[in-house]
Design a protein around this ligand. Structure first.
Ligand code: CMC
Length: 431
């Protein structure tokens, strides 16, 4: 017996069209409108994609109302507590948790690719020292396709795999180099005896003239930041990577496009913007004015680190991040720092204020990650590059999933045209 296929009926202009309803394993059903233009001669309109699923995916699931985030079905809280970043990378890339031998092999493969081509050092030198590290990263990651062109043939599964490993392995090295370059300090080569997060801290904070020992609590906090940012289904930068990749562009170019998109303050740039906002507010006495401005429709000011397109209850990443923030601040003995006081008071007031409560604007992951990163000694300009390092595995997993899908097509949205209708050209002297 044929399985009953559910449909939705769309009626307009005296026509009626039956549209199939696709069933997810969990989450809202999806109305399949692919035949709508061919059969109904109409488009749908959804700028910002608030009601549009642009692909199917088996990687990450978010329930925004319940505040749930799962990677391949595993709740983020369990992963943050029991897993580590490279294991999460394996999970996102290959779909299952690795056994011990698989983990060892994966770690070995990533570790063996942490160095960048020596000529890249000269490439960095073309940037101004005061460049934002995100600007440098967009350029250098885009240029990876020039340095590693033996892994840019996307039709070859082996090259796709090598490109994925190269990016996971080299992005921390590139981010750390961007930081060192901006500080005028020598580049620090990766140290493969260290775990992924410790190696990143080492490349950022070690200098040739002194020993640097990574504190395990800081390394654990960095590893958590990386896990919590590793993927977030079809967010703006991931959709950018998919759209760039849909034309057949190589993965290094696609990830560079993702980094460019992540940079914006509404997305990954929010962690930098949030900390700068806290500093600008300066003291607890100035908070009411900040809250007043955030509510004022005529003022573009927003409380950075608050609100989320999908989470309308709470951001589960923020909960875990808050615990890490407390641990790191305790370790470093930071208790009465003025920025922290402003953050805590702002969080308390915003959680009680009816504007924020009614609009479901809760602190998001970036509200707390900036506090941890600042305590670790990172300048605000490095916050978004660290997000980019962490999200690389998500971008590449989503890209890999898309390339492996035989039904994949080039992404090509349509528009609601509101410009002039056809008119005749007028010679310049007659205008
Ligand atoms: N401060 C003040 N008002 C806000 C804020 C905020 N941070 N966020 C949303 N609103 C208001 C907004 O003005 C709107 O009000 P109204 O309905 O009266 O017009 C309402 O809440 C809904 O906002 P929206 O802009 O339609 O919501 P969105 O889903 O398009 O935007 C967002 C989500 C994250 C871009 C937005 O909340 C925001 O700009 N937050 C600050 C930036 C930030 O922290 N971004 C990091 C997101 S988490 C990390 C990541 O995934 O990248």
């Amino acid at each position: 017996m044929d399985k009953m296929i559910k449909t939705a009926t769309l009626s307009f202009n005296g026509k009626s069209i039956e549209l199939p309803m696709l069933q997810p394993t969990v989450g809202p059903e999806v109305i399949d409108i692919r035949k709508l233009y061919a059969e109904g001669d109409v488009f749908t309109y959804d700028p910002g994609f608030t009601s549009t699923a642009a692909c199917d995916s088996a990687i990450t699931y978010i329930d925004g109302d319940k505040g749930e985030l799962q990677y391949r079905g595993y709740p983020i809280e369990q992963l943050a507590e029991q897993s580590h970043f490279l294991e999460v990378c394996y999970l996102l890339l290959y779909g299952e948790l690795p056994n011990a031998a698989q983990m060892q092999d994966f770690e070995h493969r990533v570790t063996n690719h942490t160095m960048v081509h020596e000529q890249m050092h000269y490439f960095f030198r073309g940037f101004r020292r005061d460049s934002h590290p995100m600007a440098t990263m967009v350029g250098v990651v885009g240029a990876m396709s020039a340095f590693y062109h033996d892994s840019t043939d996307i039709s070859d599964p082996w090259q796709r795999e090598v490109a994925a490993i190269r990016m996971i392995a080299k992005l921390p090295t590139i981010a750390a180099m961007a930081y060192k370059y901006s500080m005028g300090q020598p580049f620090v080569y990766p140290k493969n005896s260290l775990d992924y997060a410790s190696n990143f801290l080492h490349m950022c904070f070690a200098v040739p003239c002194a020993d640097y020992v990574v504190d395990p609590i800081l390394s654990k906090a960095m590893d958590r930041i990386m896990m919590l940012h590793a993927d977030h289904e079809q967010n703006a930068s991931t959709s950018t990577v998919r759209l760039a990749g849909s034309s057949g562009a190589n993965p290094f170019a696609c990830v560079a496009a993702g980094i460019a998109c992540l940079w914006g303050p509404a997305h990954g740039g929010a962690n930098q913007a949030c900390l700068e906002m806290l500093r600008e507010i300066g003291t607890v006495e100035n908070i009411p004015e900040a809250i007043r401005r955030a509510k004022d429709k005529n003022d573009p000011f927003r409380l950075m680190g608050f609100g989320h397109r999908v989470y309308k209850n709470f951001d589960p990443r923020a909960k875990v991040m808050k615990e890490s923030a407390d641990e790191v601040l305790d370790l470093l003995g930071i208790h009465d720092n003025e920025t922290l006081k402003v953050a805590k008071e702002l969080e308390r007031i915003a959680l009680e204020d009816t504007y924020f409560v009614e609009k479901k604007l809760y602190p998001n992951v970036d509200f707390y990650s900036g506090i941890i990163l600042e305590a670790m000694g990172f300048p605000t300009s490095m916050f978004t590059p660290i997000f980019a390092v962490s999200r690389t595995v998500g971008w590449i997993s989503q890209w890999k999933e898309m390339i492996g899908d035989p039904t994949q097509k080039i992404g090509r949205p349509r528009q609601l045209y509101i410009g002039q209708t056809a008119r005749d050209y007028v010679a310049v002297n007659d205008r």
